[in-house]
Design a binder for this molecule. Structure first.
Ligand code: WT7
Length: 648
């Protein structure tokens, strides 16, 4: 057999609601047709939405696996994200409605951003940062974070943002790999009322990070801090003495914009490289068309952290390049109460919400009473990203957050792709719950089988067959690993590492990473499909499945299940769920063992760590647990797994 077998059948579909369509940017296939006729010309026309100092000589120079986009063109990212909106008379427009975890707020206009970005760009120059240097940023979700990023781009330095939830070791590794010259951080960040000691973590990493010459510290949490003379500077001091104006550098389209580290299959994180012109073109295009953005009236909220690529592309670069008004939120959904998000949506009149399935399933677990406490009628579009969204979560999101009136756009992409590649155009595409629908205009995606042959309808591996403007330009310092990881499995194709299925209408359905694919009696079954079936049962809040070795079937499915409302699972209930999966998917997908647990092991960004669950399922010692948000969860699961009944 070839490919990945898929057993799901989802019959529901949702055409664009008429009131939405009446005002939508795109309501037909014209963009797709335009791109199909001439994809390079299509992207060149999208690039003209940016302001260039010099226009490019070539649209796309493709020498597999290295692409160059808009070569010869020059531009500046901070100019495109800030100055041009002020120059167009929109200086008073709000760029960010910022809300801190404790409830403090700030309103940042485009004019405010311009002033701060110029000053901080001068601060960086004063500290010796030059065009081509790298700057590390390790900050909470405060307005100084996008200011620091944009200031780097203004003077032609690349930033490397390290998520504030990472440890000092992780920060050190990233600083060392990038040879960053300056670190921008804060005394701390707020998390559920406690201080995350960012500066103290940074100090611990800097002993072994000799490239850092200076540290700039924002005062956020206010505790006493040791400041190292000659190295450490308070943000407010250096900003006060910096010059107010800073001409943007004219950067080449292919100059490095930023590095962002992501995990691969080895322990060493990969420094994903993104460059300037192509990246900005595609994040601006996708932010505008996938979210049907109207910059003058929408209030857009991407609830991710800027420390991940979602935040880079859809909190900072895409929205600002489009002159959008956004919400920037420092806190967590359940602090001080479980209705925090819904209260933010009501207070700022958020019209577009972009979040992740893990958040949606958490809200499902907490129940509908929380969103019902608030008026969410300002919302007109919902988005999802980060993992496959199971149809039940999609339906819950549409109904209980979107009031059955908002399209839900499931957006597939990766740190490596830089921008969304597969997603609906909400005024034109008929949606199916759980499907990211179709490749966007200008994107060529195909599902292939084990031998690399395209699958017309059915399961297999997601590949991309032509370059796209925001694609990664490589792994920092390791071109061979770049080739090996993405371009060697299927010659001539970019291999994303995801399993996907195309249905008979050409819709794409993601089935999780292929390393999460199980093999039961010679049938490969996607973890996502079984999880989706489990979560589809009214009693289930969240589920994760892994394959464990089984003498008879090769692999057997082990399901870790959290029930709604804190219910305790019983063996009888386990039988009900096994049967439910068998009914939804087929006997082949019926879990051998159901382990009931109050919580699943997750990274700080909310991804379920199936690797650890596989260790539990196989009864072996746990692998690396350092990226786990809460280490006690996995210990409890080990105990419960040992006691869980096995069925045949
Ligand atoms: C992996 C990339 C893209 C920003 C956040 C994650 C999974 C992402 C979807 C989706 C199914 C998805 C894939 C992908 N993924 N979005 N809409 N449907 N799977 O970025 O950490 O680079 O992870 O996330 O498995 O390969 P990332």
């Amino acid at each position: 057999m070839t490919g990945i077998e898929s057993f799901s059948s989802e019959e529901r579909s949702f055409p664009p609601p008429e009131p939405f369509k009446d005002r939508a940017l795109v309501t037909d296939l014209s963009l797709h047709e335009e791109a199909d006729r001439d994809w390079k010309g299509f992207w060149a026309r999208q690039a003209l939405a940016l302001d260039w100092y010099d226009e490019w000589d070539t649209i796309c120079d493709w020498r597999l696996p290295f692409a160059r986009w808009f070569d010869g063109g020059t531009l500046n990212a901070s100019y495109n994200c800030v100055d041009r909106h002020v120059a167009a008379g929109n200086g008073d427009r709000v760029a960010y409605h910022w809300e801190g975890e404790p409830g403090d707020t700030r309103t940042i206009t485009y004019a405010d951003l311009l002033a701060d970005v110029q000053r901080f760009a001068n601060v960086l120059r004063d500290l010796g940062v030059r065009r081509g240097d790298r700057v590390a940023i390790y900050m909470p979700m405060i307005p100084e974070l996008p200011v620091a990023m944009l200031a780097c781009t203004r003077i032609g330095a690349a930033h490397s943002v390290v998520f504030g939830g990472f440890s000092s070791d992780a920060l050190r590794d990233r600083i060392v790999d990038a040879e960053a010259k300056v670190l921008v951080t804060a005394d701390g960040g707020w998390r559920r009322g406690a201080i995350v000691p960012l500066k103290a973590n940074a100090d611990a990493s800097l002993h072994a990070a000799p490239s850092i010459e200076a540290v700039v510290v924002v005062r956020r949490t206010g505790q006493e801090l040791p400041m190292q003379d000659g190295r450490d500077h308070w943000w407010h001091d250096v900003m006060a003495s910096a010059a107010t104006e800073c001409e943007p550098e004219r950067m080449g389209s292919e100059d490095l914009l930023y590095l962002l580290y992501t995990s691969g299959t080895t322990a060493k994180p990969k420094g994903i490289m993104h460059t300037t012109g192509g990246y900005l073109t595609q994040v601006a295009f996708t932010h505008r068309y996938v979210f049907d953005l109207r910059p003058d009236t929408d209030v857009y909220w991407c609830a991710a952290d800027i420390g991940w690529v979602t935040g880079h592309s859809y909190i900072v670069y895409g929205p600002l390049a489009n002159g959008a008004t956004g919400v920037l939120f420092e806190g967590t959904p359940d602090f001080p109460e479980r209705d925090r998000w819904w209260s933010i949506i009501e207070r700022y009149g958020v019209t577009i919400l972009y979040t992740a399935p893990t958040a949606i399933r958490t809200f499902m677990k907490w129940g509908t009473a929380e969103p019902e406490k608030h008026d969410l009628s300002s919302l007109r579009l919902l988005g999802s990203v980060g993992e496959p969204i199971n149809p039940e979560a999609w339906m819950w999101y549409r109904r209980h957050v979107g009031g059955d009136r908002c399209p839900v756009v499931d957006t597939w992409w990766q740190t490596e792709t830089g921008a969304i590649l597969i997603a609906p155009l909400p005024g034109a595409t008929t949606l199916k719950p759980g499907s990211a629908t179709f490749p966007l205009p200008g994107i060529a995606a195909e599902v292939v089988d084990d031998s690399g042959q395209p699958v017309q309808a059915g399961g297999g591996y997601l590949t991309l067959t032509q370059p796209w403007p925001s694609m990664l330009r490589g792994i920092y310092g390791d071109p061979e690993r770049y080739h090996q990881t993405y371009w060697s499995r299927f010659p001539g194709r970019y291999f994303a590492g995801d399993g996907a299925r195309v249905d008979d209408e050409g819709y794409f359905w993601f089935m999780g990473r292929v390393d999460d694919v199980m093999n039961v009696s010679g049938h490969r079954v996607s973890t996502t499909e079984v999880e989706s079936a489990l979560v589809d049962h009214p009693s289930v809040a969240e589920a994760a499945t892994v394959g464990a070795s089984d003498e008879i079937t090769g692999q057997a499915i082990i399901a870790f299940v959290t029930l709604k409302g804190g219910q305790e699972g019983t063996p009888d209930h386990g039988q009900v769920l096994r049967q439910h999966v068998a009914t939804r998917i087929g006997a082949i997908a019926r879990p051998r063992t159901i382990v009931f647990t109050d919580d699943l092991p997750k990274t700080r960004s909310g991804k379920i760590m199936r690797r650890l669950l596989r260790d539990v399922a196989e009864g072996r010692a746990l692998g690396d647990v350092t990226t786990l948000a809460d280490a006690s969860v996995i210990e409890e699961i080990k105990k419960r797994a040992a006691a869980a009944p096995e069925e045949d």
